[in-house]
Design a protein. Sequence first.
Lengths: 386, 411
Amino acid sequence: MQKKMWMRGLLLSALLCLAACHQGMEPVAFHDDGYPSKLSDWHVVEAHDGVLQLNDGVVPYELNTPLFTDYAHKLRTIWMPKGVSAKYSPKDTFDFPVGTIISKTFFYPIPKDAARNATDVARTYDTSRDFAAPGQGLNLAEVHLVETRLLIRRKEGWVAIPYVWNAEQTEATLARTGDVQALTLVSDNGERENFNYVVPDQSQCASCHARDWTTRAIQPIGPKARHLNRDYRYADGDENELAHLVRMGYLTGAPVPADAPRNANWMDTHASLDARARAYLDINCGHCHNPKGAANTTGLTLDIATTEDRHIGICKPPTAAGQGTGDHLFDIVPGHPDDSILPYRLSSTEPGTMMPEIGRSTMHREGVALIKAWIAAQSGDCLVLH
Amino acid sequence: MRKIYPLIAFSLLLTACGHQENAAQNQSDASFESKLEQQLLDAKPGSVIDIPAGHYSLKRGLSLRTNGVTIRGAGMDKTVLSFKGQIVGPEGLLVNADDFTIENLAIEDTMGDALKINQGKNITIHGVRIEWTGGPKSTNGAYGLYPVKTQNVLVEDSVVIGASDAGIYVGQSNNIVVRRNRAEQNVAGIEIENSVNADVYDNTATKNTGGILVFNMPNLSQAGHATRVFHNKVFTNNTGNFAKKGAAVASVPAGSGVVVNSNDKVEIFDNDIADSQTANVIISSYFSTNYYNTRGVATDYNPYPKGIYVYGNRFKGGGDSPDGLKLKTLKTAMYGISGNFPDVLWDGYTDPKNQADGLPPPNDRICIVDANGVLNADGPHDYKNPSTDTKPFQCSLPKLPPVALNPEPKV
């Protein structure tokens, strides 16, 4: 009897362990200075037993509409020390306390029905093979890990630290100067596209994360109410991410999700074309194209708050596009996507012409199609005065 | 949609192949690149990053975000950062920092802009060569030396060759000195845009489409005024315009010496301006660029050049073979096949809200002294009633004070 109880206890704790997914992980370690050489020095996510595991208190999240990064899938997490929480904002990135660690792991599913090799990765929106179990870590038998970027909230502000996964997929090591990996995207129909996956260097992190180029302070981009106001499949069921963060004690001051802003999912065909396109531009362009960002030199703003007129590019002559105009006169010519600069630059993969300037080496076909459809549906013209 | 996918895939394949051909980088270049990136990351205020003589091939654009850093080479022909095999990065070097100095090196063949300094004060560019080595091509990067939203800027003793937009371009900045540079075979040699208090002197601009430009574009953070262009040599800027359509400089006719577009308080004096086949000096409005439309341009934008003062220049030749059918026709109609436009060409747009007795208020006038004539091309009426009457331009304007850099650069 005694023995049986003990056995049951063991079984139970083994089950719990599986559920929590942190076998053999030490508690999350916050380093308030320097650049630890291994990702595992932080104990946020670690590769163990065929799973990229999330440690205790490491909460995964997704965005309504994500940034396009060469078709990579992403696992995003937030961790905070005990007893502190982020302050809600309806508009801006939440105000996170010192000690917060945000991670983003970039990975690809292995192409279906193909032998695993070091460079072939799937071009797919299907995430059904990514996770070991709902709400848990990544199934390393099905995915190829490329890099994990950390955003660390230290006393002096946010610091971005990139780590690149090894070929064995057991550890990611510090890569402050970034990396270039030659990969091949493989579609379900067997179509192949070679590309350079570029891990940005630490300074380039600020190209997107410094939303204000005067203060130059870097900030997370995703953790805003409008991006997180959606459901996530946690281990214990589906729940709104804002509500979940509140329940975890990670977020204070948030209204009920129905009262919080929400960007559309760019792929949701039930949402309006306008809402989908604006969500796409917001997350892919708004970090630079906002009134204080790197691209405020251009007079073109693409964040969600922008009014739908010349500010968002309608009939607006380009300012410093150079060869990026592609011989087109205006950023957006209503009704004429092929005469508009915006989709031209989104379609390019040439440095100096392509937009966004960094963060992708391939064209986002479905994203470009969305923006073209949005412009095609606009009315009016750009009558030039002499 | 599905049908066009193979086409897209094919062109992507071509692009990818092109990259692989370009990406010739040997081991020593790769380790140099990684070391330089590390130095830029580790730089602290006061750091000097010395790059020894050598030709280095880089694949990725560089960036710097620390104040007070100096990057120094062994000479503009000795230390060469070549981006011929560049696969990523919108610029050669991007700087977002104050108190930045770069000197004595070259940046070649960047895919996009060569050196962009976005937001920063106390910027010194000294003895830097920017070059697209294949000559003028529309696929060259847009801007060579490109400080934008900067304060207290010195660009001197530098050389820019082959930019598909402007060689030296200072935009939306304040307190600027551009001197002793050479700009060649760019669309615009030197361009000051939406900037306040700029002195442009002792430069040489030749073989560009337009030599020296002072522009105001709409929709930007500030309107420019107070630029002095003096003691420059601006000659034979007759290269065919190779900018992509839509760029502001794509509207500049080949054969333009000094061009003022929609900017205010510009003083052009003591320059040698010669052999500009369209005109040695052009004064124009944003209407002439063919981009003005009410939906896309802010209502508070003023497209009229005001307070322009041209005097004491030494003009020679020019105006003999203007660019574009309309200007050619106008020239032939007025001066005959072998004749030429006078030294100064004005497109004739006037602000209807800013006129008294047919002229703007004294300080907003266009004053032309010491030129062999002015042609009012009558742009508003499609060149129908051009006028050679110089009377409206016989005036003078208060002279602008010199720009004083404060603090003075250390170089």
